[in-house]
Write a protein of this length. Structure first.
Length: 340
């Protein structure tokens, strides 16, 4: 990369002493690189750790070197699968239901920034508009940036979840603003953690999640934290983990989360993934609420073994992920006030 000082020196040097003349493309690339660097530096710093819901009010910042435009840490040797690339993900920054959106990608642009896409499944749901009965909500991540919540409250959306963390290295740089502005708009809100079972132990990821916005308190407007455990965007579907060890990993996370917060974490998954990667285990079905993803349907369909009902259902991703709590507002608020 050419520094500004070097650029000034080259400008002052006679053309005969400079490098051979480059093509227009060759001259344009350094400028593009500098522009990309400026955009990266403009991204808000990631949040420091705290055990309170929603993260800290203030604190240290995270270095931006090696991060993408949405705060995703670039990890050498880690690559997206073809399906994850088609979905528009970045390395280190996966989202709820990324695979459920299908492989066709449409790009939404807002404030000049390319955002995540909607796949074939979402297109099917839009061609046949459907709004399920219950309390409606949305879930977002850093790809949506600083969302205008009034757009969704006007559409009778009453709750929201936002991605806080992934593994033990990623923190959503927009989370603090998203979380606080959602509450200010009158939404009941909560946070989710994208699991990486191939990384550190479940209990360690639970601690990381709670320290960085995933905590819970009985305040009437904080929903329980969510463990988003689904298709691996970086490799084999089940992260190279056996069914037995996958169940142990999930139990490790949920046990630690309950210990730290006094609240049972919600499990977000798909029935297909759960069957394939846990052997359709029912070990936590009676202790942890279920959030199931299924698009292009008017029902959440067959649930993983042991769960009699889904507490949340992600039913479409167009224009952003949309969800339903199939009950009354009073019951939803109970999740934000009662320990369980």
């Amino acid at each position: 990369m050419v520094s500004r000082r070097t650029a000034r020196t080259l400008h002052a040097t006679p053309r005969s002493l400079r490098e051979p003349r480059r093509s227009r493309l060759g001259r344009t690339l350094p400028a593009l690189a500098l522009g990309v660097t400026a955009l990266a530096l403009a991204v808000p710093a990631a949040l420091p750790a705290t055990a309170s819901p929603g993260g800290p009010a203030s604190g240290s910042t995270q270095a931006q070197t090696g991060t993408s435009s949405t705060g995703a840490k670039k990890s050498s040797g880690t690559h997206l699968t073809a399906a994850a690339e088609e979905a528009g993900l970045e390395v280190g920054n996966a989202t709820m239901g990324w695979r459920e959106r299908g492989t066709e990608r449409a790009v939404l642009r807002e404030q000049g920034r390319g955002l995540l896409r909607y796949g074939a499944a979402a297109s099917r749901s839009t061609s046949n508009p459907f709004t399920p009965d219950g309390v409606l909500g949305v879930d977002i991540s850093s790809y949506q940036g600083n969302l205008t919540w009034s757009k969704w409250t006007k559409k009778d959306r009453d709750f929201a979840y936002m991605k806080a963390t992934e593994g033990t290295s990623y923190k959503n740089p927009y989370f603090k603003t998203q979380y606080k502005s959602a509450a200010k708009a009158g939404l009941i809100r909560g946070a989710y953690h994208f699991a990486n079972p191939a990384g550190k132990a479940g209990y360690k990821q639970a601690r990381y999640f709670v320290k960085n916005g995933g905590g819970w308190s009985a305040d009437g407007h904080t929903l329980p934290g969510v463990l988003d455990i689904e298709y691996n965007p970086y490799g084999s579907t089940c992260y190279g983990v056996s069914k037995k060890n996958m169940v142990k990993w999930v139990v490790s996370f949920t046990t630690e989360y309950k210990k730290l917060t006094g609240k049972a974490a919600v499990i977000y998954t798909t029935t297909d993934w759960w069957k394939q990667c846990t052997g359709n285990s029912s070990k936590i079905a009676t202790t942890n609420p279920l959030w199931v993803a299924r698009y292009g349907s008017k029902k959440p369909g067959t649930l993983p073994k042991g769960w009699k009902a889904a507490t949340f259902w992600q039913y479409t991703s167009n224009p952003i992920d949309q969800d339903v709590f199939p009950g009354k507002t009073k019951a939803l608020k109970a999740l934000a006030t009662t320990k369980s």
